[in-house]
Design a protein around this ligand. Structure first.
Ligand code: ADP
Ligand code: MG
Length: 338
């Protein structure tokens, strides 16, 4: 047996595989970057075989030439400065791995301009290196073009599903993120057809309506709770709205879509007597909480988060639902009862 140390290019390809599972993961990472860059309008476009052409355009902060020269290196981020900052993550990104990873498994072209720069930049990137760069006239913001996803990892490419399935994953990503960010307008285009189009909303209810449709929107109850360290806003099924799976259970912690089975199970308990067996309530939970009480750094895709135990968020989520679902169940006051 002989042990070798893998070269940097191989290490980067392996790391890329952890973050970029399919074209939808690319769309997710690019949209999150656009949100972190304070964009108000984000457009995603795909053409042809899913993965051959992906465009994400935003009207956010843009990048300078200096930013761009390091943006595609692994572990380069503008969102963390020190290890302490990990305790206080307010951005969606922070690992500085997405752009590097994407550039190792596809061909990347970027157009970007900041508010203060007079002209924009166009660049081509392969394997983390800028291969071509020049100045061009552009509006403020950033556009990424991603071509030929997994062109250099044929095994990955072989495991991609058919175009409609891969497109549906992309649609799901855009739907989930847009439900969590009603103040940003999203557009999704496939082969020149607009598939999803939202306007900037100040009321989440309108966004729920346009993404999830009338049936869900009109059967949701709402309640909220606010304390010094957190804010809960939750939309949840009445007794007429249920599904055969947990697909329409959306949890957002500080704007980040996450999965959290503890929260799902907690909420489902309130529906045992209201909806049929083996059916699941629909809900959207928006939790704004002091970042120090949340650990988002437990998984490279940042899908799962841990809530610190030393607060009663879970109990309050339950009470916030119970108050509306079972208004009469409350509150047996021990004093007036005597
Ligand atoms: P992370 O998001 O974890 O910082 P990324 O690899 O996704 O890492 O992005 C690297 C850096 O590139 C970001 O920190 C940001 O400074 C810059 N960047 C990426 N996308 C955009 C964008 N759409 N607009 C402005 N800056 C961007
Ligand atoms: Mg990022």
């Amino acid at each position: 047996m002989s042990i070798i140390v893998l070269d940097e290019a191989t290490v980067s390809k392996i790391a890329a595989g952890e973050i970029i599972e399919n074209p939808a993961s690319i769309v997710k990472e690019l949209i999150e970057n656009s949100i972190d860059a304070n964009s108000r309008n984000i457009t995603v476009e795909v053409k042809g075989d899913i993965g051959n052409y992906i465009r994400v355009t935003d009207d956010g902060d843009g990048m300078t030439k200096e930013d761009l020269s390091v943006a595609f290196l692994r572990h380069s981020t503008s969102k963390l400065k020190t290890a302490e900052d990990l305790n206080n993550i307010v951005s969606l990104g922070f690992r500085g791995e997405a752009l590097a990873s994407i550039s190792h498994i596809s061909k990347v072209e970027v157009l970007t301009k900041t508010d203060t720069d007079l002209s924009g930049i166009r660049a081509e990137i392969e394997n983390g290196n800028i291969t071509k760069i020049n100045n061009v006239g552009l509006p403020n913001g950033t556009t990424f073009f991603i071509y030929d996803v997994f062109y250099n990892t044929p095994v990955r490419k072989k495991y991609l599903k058919n175009n409609n399935t891969e497109f549906n994953y992309i649609l799901e990503v855009v739907q989930k993120i847009s439900l969590g960010n009603p103040n940003i307008a999203f557009k999704l285009i496939r082969d020149n057809k607009v598939v999803l189009n939202t306007t900037i909303e100040n009321d989440i209810k309108n966004r729920i309506f346009s993404i999830l449709g009338r049936d869900i929107a009109t059967n949701l109850l709402n309640n909220s709770f606010e304390s010094e360290s957190y804010k809960i806003n939750i939309y949840f099924s009445n007794n007429k709205l249920y599904r055969s799976n947990r697909f329409h259970q959306y949890i957002y912690i500080n704007g980040r879509y996450v999965r959290n089975l503890d929260i799902s199970r907690l909420i489902e308990k309130y529906y045992y007597s209201l909806i049929p067996l083996n059916r699941y309530p629909v809900f959207l939970l928006f939790l704004e909480i002091d970042p120090i009480l949340v650990d988002v750094n437990i998984h490279p895709k940042k899908h799962e988060v841990k809530l610190s135990k030393d607060n009663n968020v879970m109990a309050i989520i339950g009470e916030t639902i119970e108050e509306i679902l079972f208004p009469n169940r409350k509150i047996i006051d021990p004093i007036s009862n005597t």
